[in-house]
Write a protein of this length. Structure first.
Length: 270
């Protein structure tokens, strides 16, 4: 958020953010949901609510031939509440791909790598994204940054088997993550948050993650415990930790589409 945006009263800032999510979502659906598509992935989070609104607004004449595949309980409810056809990725015949998947993100870097999992749905989100021919990430203006870890400071969400959590935390400390912690339950719920898959989430902050172009500027990851990592090296290391089910780093994307709208909403895709 720029200085001028952050100087706005809180209520106006919140309105601006919601309007940006809505604009980005409607633009993304307009640009990337072709009437010929029959299988569509639907992600999780507050931005995706607008994506489903935009799809429902197309009307049954267009959507009746489409089936929507959720990334968890929230997105399943959204699809059903909008009266859209619901099906599950587990029932998708092998070798069949979704035409497109729409989802939000917590942060998007210059190379369109993403941090996801702020809503604890990252595992199913990654499965649905990987099953799609095209992944459209819908993100408002707050989410773009040069390097992951700049805008989203809560840490990289990591889905873990509960019994492995203490050892994963130890490993993260050795890797230079300061303040990694088990995500608490939602307000009013004691203990850790439990994902749709019965797992816990660890949020692991790292120094902003370097991109290949950073080496030309003389910026390099030093050693493991320095906490300075490139996106790919960190993703590679995290996913191999015993007890880690999935990580909220989505990397290797390309292409960026800027949706129209006064408040710089963006729709990124790979
Ligand atoms: C959930 C996610 C969401 O896509 C991400 O947290 C963005 O959410 P929002 O649209 O509410 O900002 O990854 O696991």
């Amino acid at each position: 958020m720029s200085t001028s945006e952050s100087a706005l009263p809180a209520q106006e800032q919140a309105r601006l953010v919601e309007e940006s999510k809505r604009l980005a979502a409607f633009q993304a659906v307009k640009d990337h949901l072709l009437p010929s598509y029959t299988k569509i992935g639907i992600g999780s989070g507050s931005t995706v609510v607008y994506v489903v609104d935009a799809i429902a607004a197309l009307g049954p004449a267009i959507t009746k031939s489409m089936t929507f595949y959720p990334t968890g309980a929230q997105s399943e409810e959204l699809i059903e509440a909008a009266g859209l056809n619901l099906a599950y990725i587990s029932k998708l015949p092998s070798g069949t791909q979704l035409d497109v998947a729409f989802d939000g993100a917590d942060e998007v870097d210059d190379d369109l790598n993403l941090i996801k999992g702020g809503g604890a749905c990252l595992w199913q989100e990654k499965i649905v994204a990987a099953a799609a021919k095209k992944f459209v990430c819908v993100a408002d203006f707050r989410k773009l940054s040069p390097r992951l870890g700049t805008a989203w400071k809560k840490g990289i969400p990591i889905e873990v088997l509960p019994m492995a959590a203490p050892r994963v935390l130890d490993a993260l400390k050795q890797m230079g993550s300061h303040g990694a912690r088990i995500r608490p339950g939602l307000p009013g719920k004691a203990g850790a948050i439990v994902t749709d898959n019965g797992m816990w989430i660890i949020d692991a902050p790292f120094a902003p993650l370097l991109l290949p172009k950073d080496s030309e500027k003389g910026l390099h990851a030093e050693n493991e415990s320095s906490g300075v990592w490139t996106v790919d090296a960190l993703a590679d290391r995290l996913i191999k930790l015993p007890g880690v089910a999935e990580i909220g780093l989505f990397y290797g994307q390309s292409g960026l589409e800027v949706a129209s709208g006064a408040q710089k909403p963006v729709a990124a895709y790979f």
